[in-house]
Ligand binder design. Structure first.
Ligand SMILES: [Zn+2]
Length: 143
């Protein structure tokens, strides 16, 4: 299935991606459970721009099943920088020349799999959706 996100054009095997996500019991953030990860989960789905949520839905990616999410420090009071990875089966058809920014502080790229990929996504044809985001701290507790 041909899917676009920003200036990217991708060929996605959404059926295979959907089936693989059924095999993944918990996401990286949920499995970790530290306050940074719990805060990420608490900001979902708004943490991800609507274009990304629509792309995930079409591609078969479950937003609660990140491979890994990591906190990268404070940006301003109540706002922290996050990075993370989600996986899918597919390939980049058109690679944009410029950095892809969807909303304030949300950047993404499709890159080759890193060692953080879930074991279910280790293999030929796996693609990494990597993002950086500025997210609010929404937990009652402090960092
Ligand atoms: Zn964590």
């Amino acid at each position: 299935m041909r899917i676009e996100l920003g200036d990217y054009v991708l060929e996605v095997d959404s059926e295979r991606t959907k089936i693989t996500y059924r095999d993944i019991v918990t996401g990286g953030a949920e499995g970790c459970g530290c306050s940074y990860c719990r805060n990420y989960l608490a900001t979902l789905p708004q943490a991800l721009p609507n274009e990304v949520l629509a792309f995930f839905a079409k591609s078969g990616i479950d937003p609660r099943k990140d491979a890994e999410v990591y906190e990268q420090g404070p940006i301003s009071p109540g706002v922290r920088s996050y990075g993370g990875e989600y996986y899918l089966w597919g390939a980049v058809v058109v690679e944009p020349k410029k950095k892809q920014v969807l909303s304030k502080g949300f950047e993404f790229a499709f890159v080759p799999p890193s060692p953080l990929a879930q074991e279910q996504f280790r293999g030929e044809g796996s693609l990494c959706f990597h993002f950086d985001a500025e997210l609010p701290w929404v937990l009652e507790e402090d960092v």
